[in-house]
Design a protein around this ligand. Structure first.
Ligand code: ISE
Length: 339
């Protein structure tokens, strides 16, 4: 079976996904949608596929009965995710949606409810750290060293600190929230957020999380670092594991050994995005969604909401309000919440 995929939003991330689809055996890029004509038309010509301005013309009610794709990738700006995910769900189309699932918690809840009403999963969420070799090795080590007692997630970006605390949490730190939930298999039950000012507003955000089984996770985010870096370290019952350093040449010159860190968030994870897309396409062919779920997106967002409230309250701990995990999401899927 050749899986026909449409991509909604072809800015940096969407264009990367679209390219990976064209490179995959078993997949075909049917169309791309983007309101920016210059970008859309150029990429359409480059990928030799149809370009349209609005993905709703393909998957929304005005598209009529027939849909000319087997699956969609949603990589438009975050605030539009909800609208396209809901439309694709309405049609029963498998979806690879970029994180965050939505901007508003209530919208994420609505997506979960719609999926639960279908009685099966359609959404794979772009928490792609679960496909990254360095992270996968850490997860694998946990089967030998036991239950995590402490998780330290370090995330350094090369921005200017001008985003709000809420934006940094929902756009960036949400990855680390998922990493903690995934590696521990636990929900985060409360959070306390400290903010270090700097640059155009906020330099660092530190979130201390208490997990359901009593373990602790600390998320350390720096928006104005000298290089882009993501790492994780776990202290567990019988040992400790830290993600390997990214592979980089050691350069000897001027009496020093140096290695380049790099400053963009794309390049270090390029292969990871490829693996994520391969997984998505094979899951569509197999007829069963896998990977991080809509529930993972919702649960992570509930943590974002509590962490934002804690920052506003000068670091006072806040409980994460989360209902019980629907049974649909308690299966064998990677990245799921284990209740
Ligand atoms: C970006 O949107 C990503 O998803 C990157 O993985 C993350 O590290 C970065 O902070 C985000 O802005």
């Amino acid at each position: 079976m050749t899986v026909q995929v449409g991509v909604i939003g072809v800015g940096g991330m969407g264009a990367c996904h679209a390219r990976h689809i064209t490179e995959l055996a078993g997949a075909e890029l049917g169309w791309i949608a983007d309101p920016d004509e210059a970008t859309g038309a150029a990429l359409g010509a480059d990928f030799d596929c149809e370009w349209i301005a609005d993905g709703m013309d393909k998957i929304g009610p005005k598209a009529g009965g027939a849909v000319d794709c087997d699956a969609v990738v949603i990589a438009c700006p975050d605030r539009f995710h909800h609208r396209y995910v809901m439309a694709a769900l309405e049609r029963g189309l498998p979806i690879l949606a970029e994180k965050p699932l939505t901007v508003e918690l209530q919208d994420a809840r609505e997506i979960v409810e719609a999926e639960v009403a279908h009685g099966r999963r359609f959404v794979q969420l772009g928490f792609m750290r679960v496909y990254d070799d360095r992270h996968v090795q850490v997860a694998a080590a946990l089967s030998r060293i036991g239950r995590p007692l402490h998780i330290r997630a370090v995330h350094r970006n090369t921005n200017d600190g001008s985003r709000t605390v809420g934006q940094m949490l929902v756009e960036s730190i949400i990855h680390d929230i998922h990493t903690v939930r995934w590696l521990s298999g636990q929900e985060i039950v409360s959070v306390a957020t400290s903010v270090v000012p700097g640059g155009a507003g906020t330099r660092m955000i530190l979130v201390t999380c208490r997990l359901a089984d009593g373990a602790i996770a600390v998320l350390e985010f720096d928006d104005i670092a000298t290089g882009y870096e993501v790492s994780v370290e776990v202290t567990a019952e019988r040992g400790n594991v830290i993600a390997a350093e990214p592979l980089r040449a050691a350069v000897r010159t001027d009496g020093m050994v140096t290695g380049e860190i790099g400053d963009d968030w794309f390049t270090p994870f390029l292969d990871t995005y490829r693996v994520e897309m391969r997984d998505f396409v094979s899951s569509v062919a197999a007829g069963a969604s896998c990977g991080p779920s809509a529930w993972d997106g919702y649960a992570a967002q509930a943590v974002v909401e509590a962490a934002t409230a804690s920052a506003v309250a000068d670091g006072a701990p806040k409980a994460v309000e989360l209902s019980a995990t629907p049974s649909l999401y308690i299966s064998g899927n990677e990245g799921r919440a284990r209740s």
